[in-house]
Design a protein around this ligand. Structure first.
Ligand SMILES: Cc1cc2nc3c(=O)[nH]c(=O)nc-3n(C[C@H](O)[C@H](O)[C@H](O)COP(=O)(O)OP(=O)(O)OC[C@H]3O[C@@H](n4cnc5c(N)ncnc54)[C@H](O)[C@@H]3O)c2cc1C
Length: 430
């Protein structure tokens, strides 16, 4: 028996994953586990590359409804240019209803001392780009990905959950909750922050709670938002972002203590008006005018997660992690999904450019994927984490440093340019 087989049997008990299941299992080149945007985009891209692909997740038998009308969905994201490039590559971008997306021309970030100079202004004009980002609904992207999947004959979608995974030299056998097992040469785990596949193949992940929840809601504003994304760092560590949407709407992401989040979730319109009037000495009202609630609020606990490896098992890997299965970050930079979609872009590129003799689970390819994703992930997690910590600190040195720092960066075109380049996220497919 080879070293590799010994190792895989040491990790997975033969009793719970009988090897003879593989003889009955249907075989695919690649199985993608997860039905979020990362899983949907990845499965579509792999099928477009010609791999016989199966995507497995609960609810995949129902297409996400197309968002319509004047009320925008609760899950709103900032999409970076790297995400736009991937969606264009997948032939999705032009099929989106662009009247439901808002291009962002400016970002204005304010410190928590209330001083005029404690602010950072990033603009598409200064950056030499047509926009810094787009703001839109998760459901709009998901609906369009669902439509494209229907026309992709190399892609099968299965509404089920993966319960166990067993790997050996030939690939992976996935046991499913309600349907027969699947064999695939390669498994892509896009199964979210608590990734069952990640833990089943023994990839450790460091996990830390930020001790905050994000309360999200959409508002109609009486002033024009001027295609600007606003963010206020507030005393006590709260962060309030107001992202522009079409039709004089903004999408709020307020990171705050769980207690305050619970209060915000039950606030009525007049309580919200009172709360907003106090934000940054009235600056929120000054910018956006009167705000009227235009969606039910929702609240999400905030964690940081980083998988130790992006491929596994350690010897003879057969699984690649993408999206939140690999990393979860604070939403203050609006980059979690964008980073996950850069995982997808890189995986597609590595597989597209593979040497003709390599199968998709060739360890050389998987190591290329992992190597290429580590730098981007580490630096973005480091920056968001440290910004979060710096703006939560209570000592006077931190108060001075963060506020002075904003103004300092604002005066340096060089640093601003670097920041914008990071936020835009370079990606190409050739
Ligand atoms: C308040 C807030 C605001 C945010 N704003 C932004 C933003 O502006 N921009 C941005 O880029 N990011 C943002 N993010 C981050 C973004 O929400 C996530 O990064 C993104 O949704 C992760 O997508 P995913 O596809 O990796 O995982 P998920 O969307 O979590 O999908 C996981 C999928 O796996 C499936 N699954 C789980 N277990 C199994 C199993 N055993 N078998 C089969 N399927 C399984 C689930 O059903 C689900 O379909 C924000 C996050 C929060 C909390």
């Amino acid at each position: 028996m080879s070293e590799v087989t010994k190792k895989s049997q040491a990790i997975f008990s033969e009793k719970s994953h009988p090897l003879d299941m593989s003889s009955k299992a249907r075989t695919f080149d690649i199985a993608v586990i997860g039905g979020g945007i990362a899983g949907k985009a990845c499965a579509l891209g792999l099928a477009q590359l010609g791999f016989q692909t199966i995507q497995i997740a609960p609810g995949l038998d129902q297409s996400t409804p197309l968002p319509q009308g004047t009320t925008w969905g609760q899950r709103i994201y900032a999409f970076s240019p790297s995400t736009q490039k991937l969606l264009a590559h997948l032939q999705i971008w032009d099929a989106l209803d662009h009247s439901r997306m808002q291009a962002v021309q400016d970002m204005r970030i304010f410190g928590d001392r209330g001083e005029q100079n404690d602010q950072l202004h990033l603009s598409s004009f200064e950056a030499g780009t047509t926009q810094l980002a787009w703001i839109g609904e998760s459901s709009l992207i998901e609906h369009t990905l669902d439509q494209a999947a229907k026309f992709q004959n190399k892609l099968e979608r299965l509404s089920d959950s993966a319960t166990t995974i067993h790997t050996d030299e030939s690939g992976a056998i996935l046991t499913l909750k309600n349907t027969p097992s699947i064999h695939a040469l390669l498994v892509v785990a896009a199964d979210g922050a608590n990734s069952p596949i990640r833990s089943k193949i023994g990839i450790e992940a460091s996990e830390e709670s930020y001790g905050q929840n994000a309360v999200v809601a959409n508002w109609l504003c009486s002033n024009s938002h001027l295609e600007t994304a606003y963010q206020w760092f507030l005393s006590g560590g709260d962060i309030l972002a107001m992202l522009p949407l079409p039709n004089k709407q903004v999408s709020m992401v307020w990171s705050t203590s769980p207690d305050n989040a619970a209060k915000l979730m039950t606030a009525d319109q007049s309580t919200w008006t009172e709360i907003f009037s106090k934000i940054a000495h009235g600056a929120l009202f000054e910018k956006l005018g009167h705000l009227t609630l235009n969606s039910a609020p929702a609240s999400f606990p905030l964690n940081k997660i980083r998988a130790e490896r992006f491929i596994g098992p350690e010897i003879n890997p057969k699984v690649a992690l993408v999206g939140d299965a690999a990393h979860v970050m604070h939403p203050l930079a609006g980059q979690g999904l964008n980073l996950g979609l850069r995982d997808v872009s890189v995986l597609l590129k590595v597989l597209k450019q593979r040497e003709a003799f390599r199968i998709p689970s060739d360890p050389v390819l998987l190591r290329r994927y992992e190597r290429q994703r580590q730098g981007d992930t580490s630096s973005l997690l480091w920056v968001t984490d440290n910004l979060k910590k710096l703006f939560s600190g209570t000592n006077p040195a931190e108060l001075f440093l963060r506020n002075f720092g904003l103004g300092l960066v604002n005066r340096s075109h060089f640093i601003k340019r670097q920041l914008i380049e990071r936020a835009l996220g370079e990606i190409d497919f050739e």
